[in-house]
Design a protein. Structure first.
Length: 287
């Protein structure tokens, strides 16, 4: 079946789904994005991702492309037209099309909106999670506003490529103090030597992951101890467990960091349990 993309008000076959050469997303990475996972044709953590999209737009003073209700309809329609059962839906909103010039274009320039969807069977992620994945570390060379989900992802792309070239699934980025910030497209977690769950404080320079927030709620429900405090690469390597969270990976156990085995080299019990709980809740609450 052919894929359909939404581009500025139209549903188009992928081959015809294009934006202008002077779209500011293309010229300046002047835009933001969001990713929802799809369960049974329904979108998971719907409000969380939509609220963060609105915040990203507001932080960059990009006009809202439509109302929340209208956007909800278009996202669901894109999923429906692509017949996605398990997969992802992606939206990108840019500051629109204008003659190339750094300052913002004239007021009233409409933002560009692109929405795509793709299938991704849950069984594939589950198989990966059952084995656990390798993680490497890379210096964090990003800008100071990583809390905004912009399409300016070049450092993330380079970090992920470095991971791929070393047979790893993710790169954890490390700040000047030797502390892990987050993954190239995920939030980073450990169960430290004392058995305490740790993830970096989201006031700092990381994306406030929607999956991270959902997992935090599950941790509280389970009565587990969590500390929102950055950890060093050394602490991560000595941890009992390591894992990462995102809308695409859910909760993914990491079994090595820079080639150093974590725990017994198998997915840990806490990460495995949190993955199961997250999937159950996300599927139940998807709309
Ligand atoms: N990435 N940190 C970064 C840098 C991310 O790009 C992402 C998401 C996350 C996790 O956020 P969430 O739980 O809300 O998905 C953390 C998406 C999935 C992507 O770039 O495809």
């Amino acid at each position: 079946m052919s894929r359909i993309a939404y581009v500025n008000g139209q549903y188009l076959p992928h081959g015809q789904a294009v934006v202008h050469v002077e779209d500011r997303g293309f010229q300046f990475a002047d835009g933001v994005y969001e990713v929802w996972s799809v369960f049974d044709g329904r979108l998971a953590d719907f409000d969380g991702h939509l609220t963060r999209l609105w915040r990203s737009l507001d932080e960059l003073r990009i006009d809202h492309p439509m109302t929340r209700q209208a956007l909800e309809m278009v996202l669901k329609e894109t999923v429906r037209r692509n017949r996605i059962v398990e997969g992802l839906v992606y939206i990108q909103v840019t500051r629109g099309t204008a003659r190339r010039d750094h300052p913002f274009p004239a007021e009233g320039t409409p933002p560009s909106v692109v929405i795509t969807a793709k299938s991704l069977p849950l069984s594939k992620g589950n198989a990966l999670a059952a084995k656990g994945v390798a993680v490497i570390t890379q210096p964090d060379i990003r800008w100071g506003r990583c809390d905004i989900k912009t399409v300016g992802l070049l450092p993330n792309v380079l970090a992920k490529q470095a991971a791929k070239e070393r047979g790893a699934a993710e790169a954890w980025m490390v700040d000047d103090m030797g502390l892990v910030t987050e993954g190239s497209s995920t939030n980073a977690w450990i169960v430290d030597e004392e058995g305490k769950l740790r993830t970096r404080d989201a006031q700092s320079n990381i994306l406030r992951g929607i999956t991270r927030a959902a997992v935090m709620a599950l941790i509280a429900e389970e009565g587990l101890e969590l500390e929102e405090r950055a950890f060093s690469v050394d602490e991560a390597k000595r941890a009992r467990e390591a894992f990462y969270t995102s809308a695409t990976g859910f909760v993914m156990p990491a079994v090595s960091i820079d080639g150093v085995k974590i725990g017994n080299g198998k997915p840990g019990p806490i990460a495995t349990r949190l993955r199961a709980l997250y999937l159950e809740a996300a599927e139940r609450d998807a709309i």
